[in-house]
Design a protein around this ligand. Structure first.
Ligand code: TPU
Length: 532
């Protein structure tokens, strides 16, 4: 039974409408920080027993948590108070935009009666302009609406949510604080307001014909998986195409695990000098690369060293297909890849060459024994974490050294990988881990790797992992500084006060928590800690 039905004896309100929509789009939780402007809205949402209100320590964390939740669950939601709350959440909402995550951002707004009476209000900059928050969020959302009268609330809420889900971007909904409990009609089933898929048949046929001709004429075709494959629901279609072509398949670093790492055609991560063994020479040797859902940036191309040349590239994006001499629009990525899979001829030249030059064999370096008392090295840390990953694990890595520690770990079938490589905002991983763990469902486990500097930005959210008993482990690498920055340009600004990170967990436990914070300085201590 939907929450809407459970409330049938009471009057149905705008807040209830929003809650029903949350439920219909698959949310079981939403993240929030209360404030006087949003309290009535939070009350309205609480009436829906099928969605759970999750408190965060601050709004930045709440926005990151909603983004992490969206990674696990498909979409997320976060609710803040006017201005002071929303401004803190801005970074996280922009991150969700950059990462193609539909996060529904709800802010309470000013009382429209105050506006009419020309009142000055708290939580504003002390002027009569109440629109700057909306103006800012318009730039980092795909739809931004303000509910300033009750009449059009359903239309505006549905427009914002449907656009977010279709575009895989965050949306902004501001609800005047005096309107959350105002009566409102019950919503229709959500499917009726979601827009149909946009693929145009003619465009699709032309794009497939052109791409198939290029692939069938090439001698050494190769596929490259990009980060947008998941958000736009095209991972299965990409795999169909890969199996039809039979060629080598490389992935971009932020598309790790979007093509199974145990698949016989998988050749690793393409990232210039940081590529998986033997991956870079094969990608560079290919005479035609079909990149599906890529985002080529300075980060993802390792400073433009892993950018395929335009003349040998077909780029299939969520709504368009482009090659050196043509561009087709109005095509859904998954439709294109599936149709192409039915048209291409098999050509496994790049895969055969990859195997001939040795495949993905890793250099066999010195390995430490897990019972060793020698100081813990980065290689040993990676070895121990990797050994512990199974098919039910998601590995989540923070910006910094953690990217490179996690990126080259071999993931078993079913394991997943999360990285915030487009936005790259340090501190993301603690609340995003919390949100991901809330959304990942029973039976899965989350392992996160984070640097000491990043941890200091958002550390408080560990307290909510304890409160909500999430199933996750965090490996905090204390290398005493912003090493990722030191490598680029060193100076005194890259060093900061050390904390007792393991000890912090007992502070967060306070009187009712039971979680463990452990410190390891040797291989043996790490093995013991992981087994605790
Ligand atoms: O492993 P390591 O030492 O690189 O990790 P740690 O200690 O987490 O340091 C991260 C260093 C870092 C900074 C300071 N990486 N990027 N930045 C710049 C930066 C500053 N503020 C935000 C919100 N995001 C950033 N990426």
């Amino acid at each position: 039974m939907e929450g809407a039905e459970m409330q049938s004896s009471q009057k149905f309100t705008i807040g209830n409408y929003l809650g029903t929509r949350f439920e219909q789009i698959g949310l079981k939780h939403y993240f929030m920080v209360p404030g006087d402007y949003n309290l009535v809205l939070l009350d309205q949402l609480l009436q829906n027993k099928n969605i759970m209100q999750i408190g965060c320590c601050n709004e930045l964390n709440a926005a990151y948590a909603a983004e992490g939740y969206a990674r696990a669950n498909g979409c997320g939601a976060v609710i803040t108070t006017f201005n002071v709350g929303a401004f803190s959440a801005l970074n996280g909402v922009a991150g969700a935009y950059a990462e193609d995550m539909p996060v529904i951002f709800i802010s309470a707004g000013y009382n429209t009666n105050d506006d009419a009476a020309n009142h000055l209000l708290h939580h504003t900059i002390g002027t009569h302009d109440f629109s700057y928050q909306y103006e800012m969020f318009r730039h980092v959302t795909c739809a931004a609406v303000r509910i300033l009268n009750a009449e059009n609330a359903p239309l505006l809420i549905d427009h914002a949510i449907a656009t977010a889900l279709r575009e895989r971007k965050p949306a902004y909904i501001e609800i005047a604080c005096n309107l959350s409990a105002v009566p409102c009609n019950k919503p229709a089933p959500f499917e009726s307001v979601l827009l149909e898929k946009v693929t145009s048949r003619n465009s699709l046929n032309a794009a497939v014909e052109s791409a198939a001709a290029q692939l069938n004429n090439s001698k050494r075709p190769l596929l490259l998986a990009g980060p947008r494959l998941r958000s736009f629901g095209a991972m299965d279609a990409f795999r169909e195409l890969a199996e039809a072509l039979g060629c080598a398949v490389a992935v971009m670093p932020n598309a790790k695990a979007f093509f199974p790492e145990d698949h016989p055609q998988y050749i690793g991560i393409y990232l210039g000098g940081e590529s998986s063994p033997n991956c870079e020479p094969i990608v560079d040797w290919a005479d035609l690369i079909l990149a599906a859902g890529p985002q080529f940036t300075d980060y993802t191309t390792e400073g433009w060293t892993a950018l395929p040349r335009r003349e040998k590239l077909i780029t299939a994006q969520p709504r368009s297909v482009q090659s050196s001499d043509s561009q087709y629009t109005g095509i859904e990525l998954a439709d294109f890849l599936s149709a192409l899979a039915r048209t291409v001829r098999k050509n496994d030249t790049t895969l055969i060459e990859y195997r001939r030059i040795g495949g993905g064999k890793r250099a066999t370096g010195q390995t430490t024994k897990a019972d060793s008392d020698t100081p813990l090295t980065r290689a040993e840390l990676v070895r121990q974490i990797e050994k512990d990953l199974d098919g039910k694990t998601t590995l989540l890595v923070e910006t910094g050294d953690a990217w490179f520690n996690g990126m080259h770990m071999r993931l078993p079938k079913g394991a997943r990988f999360e990285i915030e490589m487009q936005w790259g905002s340090i501190g993301w991983s603690v609340p995003a881990s919390f949100g991901y763990a809330m959304g990942m469902g029973h039976g899965r486990r989350l392992v996160s790797i984070i640097g000491d500097g990043s941890f200091q930005l958002t550390a408080q959210e560990v307290a909510n992992m304890i409160r909500y008993k999430t199933n996750n482990i965090m490996f905090l690498v204390n290398n005493r500084g912003y090493v990722a920055e030191s490598v680029i340009h060193d100076g005194p600004y890259n060093y900061f006060k050390n904390w007792d990170y393991a000890g912090l967990v007992s502070s967060f436990n306070a009187e009712d928590g039971r979680e463990l914070g452990l410190k390891a300085t040797t291989a043996k201590e790490l093995a013991n800690a992981t087994n605790s």
